[in-house]
Design a protein around this ligand. Structure first.
Ligand SMILES: *Cc1c(COP(=O)(O)O)cnc(C)c1O
Length: 362
């Protein structure tokens, strides 16, 4: 039996009649952008997160760019971000013309190290982006305490919808939270989608203007840096159906992550069990001979992936530079990380097959 890395069609088949009814309703209603579904989804996601404001946008990278602009990022300023988080925040910062300063990560959690981030801050710093990588909830309070007071914090929650710490859900802990609804995320659309959550009404209204040409009112461009980035009605309708399932899916992902962590014990694979507030977007371990392990797992029918193979400051065209502490741990992890199949619709037999393969190979 082959265990796929992900298979979004399983989710669709489970929700087929509900999803088809929701999409057909939009088609027949004739209102395709910024209609009732979109307004309802913004409200429902704000309730789910416990966020003051949620604004729909076109995708997770736009959410980062618009969120960064809304907290004051402009060309020539600096954005601090972890070096191992896929380069999304760096791409968004570069689109604004900001400089990217790469900070290091904690070797166990692989999340942004608050002290490395703080050391990278200067009077040119516009924002620090903390990614809740792999669905692991980062300690945003500790980060805020380490940063110079008043430094805007943007949480990249693309992999962490519903993740939480005692102070609240990810996306409500910093100034802005950004979400992606790419189809394989824990909450996935039928195409692209994204959202920005905001603590303050002023930042939320900036995001609303920036996502629609910078209009302060129809056809009046009152804010610089605007563009078109909208979440359409078909996606919003599908996302409303799936949002009702996401807490259950997150619990199943945590269960799968815990099973893999138990199987990895005593092997060469360092794979931490998800914490209670994590959402298990990816099951990622570190192994000193990662590529060899991937080959052996493939022979046993288990698909794997690497998130991510190249550190931001090693990307050929990203123009990102390490801050004063360097980013050695982030860089080292890129050669060691391996992701095991982890999605809510894996069967128990498939999870057991992965566990078995890990025990035999790692
Ligand atoms: C997927 C992802 C993004 C980008 O989202 P898109 O919707 O693909 O633009 C940003 N950050 C992280 C951490 C992601 O996993």
């Amino acid at each position: 039996m082959a265990v796929p890395f992900n298979e979004t069609a399983r989710e669709y088949r489970d929700l087929q009649s509900e999803l088809e009814a929701a999409v057909l309703g939009v088609l027949r209603g004739g209102h395709y952008v910024h209609g009732a579904e979109h307004a309802a989804f913004e409200r429902e996601l704000a309730d789910f997160l416990g966020a003051g404001h949620v604004v729909g946008v076109g995708n997770g990278t736009d959410a980062l760019e618009i969120g960064l602009r809304a907290v004051g990022t402009t060309a020539g300023r600096e954005v601090v971000t972890a070096g191992n988080a896929g380069g999304y925040a760096a791409a968004a910062a570069r689109a604004i013309g900001a400089r990217v300063v790469v900070a290091d990560v904690d070797p166990d959690s692989l999340l942004l190290d608050p002290h490395s981030a703080a050391a990278a801050c200067t009077d040119r710093t516009a924002a620090v982006v903390v990614t809740h990588l792999y669905g692991r909830a980062a300690d945003v309070a500790a980060l805020r305490a380490a940063l110079p007071p008043g430094t805007p914090v943007v949480e990249d929650c693309a992999q962490a919808i519903g993740a939480e710490v005692p102070e609240g859900r990810c996306g409500t802990l910093g100034d802005v939270g950004t979400f992606s609804f790419y189809p394989t995320k824990n909450l996935g659309a039928l195409g692209d989608g994204g959202a920005v959550s905001c603590r303050s009404a002023d930042v939320a209204s900036a995001v609303r203007e920036l996502r629609q040409y910078g209009w302060s009112e129809r056809y009046v461009v009152g804010r610089p840096g605007g563009r078109n980035s909208r979440l359409d009605e078909v996606q919003a309708a599908a996302l409303r159906v799936k949002l009702r399932r996401v807490a259950g899916w997150n619990a199943r992902r945590r269960e799968i992550g815990a099973a893999y962590a138990a199987a990895a014990e005593g092997t060469g694979l360092r794979l931490p069990a998800p914490a209670g507030g994590d959402v298990g977007h990816l099951a990622v371990g570190r192994h000193p001979r990662r590529d060899e392990l991937a080959r052996r797992l493939a022979e046993l029918g288990v698909a794997t992936a690497v998130h991510y193979p190249v550190a931001d400051h090693r990307q050929p065209a990203l123009d990102a530079a390490p801050g004063p502490t360097g980013a050695a741990e982030a860089e080292r992890s890129c050669a060691e990380v391996i992701s095991l199949p982890c999605f809510a619709y894996l069967t128990d037999a498939e999870v057991e097959q992965v566990c078995d393969a890990v025990r035999r190979s790692a």
